[in-house]
Write a new protein. Structure first.
Length: 105
C-alpha cells in the first residue's frame, strides 16, 4: 500500500475505533436495559438511556479519534481493542487529563 495515503496511515486507529464502537453498541444496549429498568422500568426509559449512552459513545469516538489517530501506529490486537473500548467509555477523564486538568484548557 501507499504510505502517503492518509487512510492507510490511519488504518490501525480506524480499525480500533470501529471495532470499539461495535462492542460499545452492545455494552450500551445491556447497560441501557439495566439502567432503564432500574430508573423507570418502561420501554421509554430503556430507549432513552440507550440513546443517551450511544450519543456519549459517539462523541467519545470523535474525541478519541481526533486526539489519538495520528499517533496510533501499532497493529490492532485483543489487548489494544480492549484499551480502545475502555478509553471510549472513559473519554471525558482522558480528555480532561490531556488538557492538563484545567477547566479553560
Amino acid at each position: 500500500m501507499n504510505d502517503n495515503d492518509p487512510l492507510w496511515r490511519l488504518r490501525h486507529a480506524l480499525a480500533g475505533i470501529g471495532l470499539a464502537l461495535a462492542c460499545s453498541v452492545l455494552i450500551a444496549a445491556v447497560a441501557g436495559s439495566l439502567l432503564g429498568d432500574a430508573l423507570g422500568g418502561t420501554y421509554a426509559w430503556r430507549a432513552g438511556v440507550y440513546a443517551a449512552l450511544l450519543l456519549y459513545v459517539l462523541v467519545g469516538a470523535v474525541v478519541l479519534f481526533v486526539k489519538v489517530a495520528q499517533h496510533e501506529t501499532r497493529p490492532l490486537n485483543a489487548g489494544r481493542l480492549a484499551r480502545w473500548v475502555f478509553s471510549l467509555w472513559l473519554w471525558p477523564a482522558l480528555w480532561w487529563a490531556s488538557r492538563g486538568g484545567r477547566p479553560g484548557g
